[in-house]
Design a protein around this ligand. Structure first.
Ligand SMILES: O=C(O)CCC(=O)C(=O)O
Ligand SMILES: [Fe+2]
Length: 430
């Protein structure tokens, strides 16, 4: 078997490195390796399997003592309903480990700077991240068919190259872009701009991708309404579109081994508009999808304990993640490289990810501002600076084109409450 798919190497995965280097409040076991810690826990709690113990150990910042104390506390050991995820919810553990908390105080599950919090329970994920997850989303044969179809497609996927400062870099995974009609395909190739360049590989939606789209649309719209009810006080966010989410494009990514990844980023809002929602379906091997909140540079992590911590979600075959309207503006996400993955019976070490997106007609490049290079601008949001935080702006992205310098074009973007440009963003006049 390929060495990087064995379980043992999980010791050096990013999540574990993080907990191993984290100072322990009680200082009892911080220097032990994870294997030793697991062995101690196994002998103390022989009824629990290694994966469950490992997950709990991670949830307790690597402290054997704290993990063991939590396990000794009387409670019902509720197993997750999913066949893939074996960890019980962290909610009860969070209360149990927070000795200073009053019983009804909100569970303290916030990630801290330099640490990674692993969340498995859908309710934990919904509460503490801008995502919701639906496991076992499709009937299994439908998910497998889609996976098989896209594994075949991915044989001809390519890495995307772009310019980062003065260096041309290529994406650490391969991808392709799918639209619904030949007309849209033509527009994508000749009118839309990505990082200052045109996409060369745009394809017509495949039969399985198209079939699954309807289910994704239904689930995402349901989740949006649920989010509005549970997280936004019953009212959609300012700039969020009130219209039905209706995906008309899909990026398909292929990670053909454990080292393939995608770095920290927010998805471009240029054609989706502000407060965009994205439906992301994972197939094949389980990989870690990490999110971290982006706060203005001067925000102290004292007052915001989750300012710099990362939260890891584990996305198994056939899981749908809804990235909600607060995600792209306020959070960044990544798929981390790893050294250890469990092979999937169909995909082997490969993972396919589909992000279904709703391209809004009013954000077609023919309607958005053009810069002095005469290229439709990119839409960005102020994420780091405290002043103007959350404001949107249009700028030139020709600086990302290999061999091209960008211009200094800048214009604040104005939207009505529903995220439509107002007044109609004019073309650049000089
Ligand atoms: O593979 C994933 O889960 C995420 C992919 C992603 O972030 C993207 O396509 O923008
Ligand atoms: Fe993304």
């Amino acid at each position: 078997m390929d060495p990087f798919v064995t379980r043992k190497k999980r010791k050096s995965s990013p999540g574990l490195e993080t907990i191993q280097s984290t100072p322990q409040p009680d200082g009892d076991d911080e220097d032990e390796s994870t294997d030793v810690k697991l062995a101690i826990l196994s002998s103390l709690h022989p009824g629990l399997d290694q994966d469950t113990l490992l997950d709990l150990l991670l949830a307790h910042d690597g402290s054997v003592h704290a993990t063991s104390q939590t396990l000794k506390a009387p409670r019902s050991m509720k197993k997750s309903a999913s066949a893939v995820v074996s960890q019980m919810s962290l909610r009860s553990f969070a209360v149990a480990t927070d000795q200073s908390s009053a019983p009804n105080k909100k569970a303290k599950l916030l990630s801290k700077k330099g640490q990674t919090l692993h969340l498995y329970d859908p309710q934990d994920i919904s509460e503490h991240t801008p995502c919701t997850i639906i496991q076992n989303f499709l009937p299994l044969d439908e998910a497998n068919k889609l996976l098989e179809e896209l594994l075949e497609e991915s044989k001809t996927f390519e890495k995307i190259t772009f310019k980062l400062f003065d260096t041309v870099v290529s994406s650490p995974h391969t991808s392709s872009f799918y639209v619904e009609s030949y007309d849209e395909l033509d527009q994508q190739k000749h009118e839309y701009v990505y990082n200052g360049a045109r996409l060369t590989d745009v394809r017509k939606i495949t039969p399985q991708l198209d079939r699954v789209k309807a289910r994704v649309q239904e689930a995402v719209n349901r989740e949006i309404q649920e989010r509005i009810r549970t997280h936004y006080g019953g009212k959609k966010l300012k700039y969020q579109s009130p219209r039905l989410w209706s995906p008309n494009a899909a990026f398909v990514n292929c990670y053909s081994g454990p080292q393939e990844s995608v770095g920290w980023h927010s998805d471009q809002l240029t054609y989706l508009g502000p407060r965009a929602v994205i439906g992301s379906l994972s197939l094949g091997v389980t990989r870690e999808f990490r999110v971290r909140r982006v706060l203005p540079a001067s925000t102290s992590s004292e007052t915001n304990p989750d300012a710099s911590g990362q939260i890891a979600l584990h996305l198994p075959h056939n899981s749908l993640v809804v990235m909600h309207a607060e995600m792209q503006e306020e959070w960044k996400h990544s798929v981390t490289p790893t050294t250890a993955i469990d092979p999937h019976p169909i995909a082997g070490v490969r993972r396919i990810n589909i992000t279904y997106r709703d391209y809004r007609a009013e954000f077609h490049p023919r309607h958005t501002p053009r810069c002095s290079c005469d290229i439709a601008c990119v839409l960005r949001v102020v994420q780091r600076k405290k002043e103007n935080w959350g404001r949107y702006f249009w700028m030139c992205h020709a600086g990302n084109v290999p061999g091209k310098e960008g211009c200094a074009f800048f214009q604040w973007a104005e939207f009505d409450d529903d995220g439509s440009p107002v007044p109609k963003q004019g073309r650049k006049t000089e």
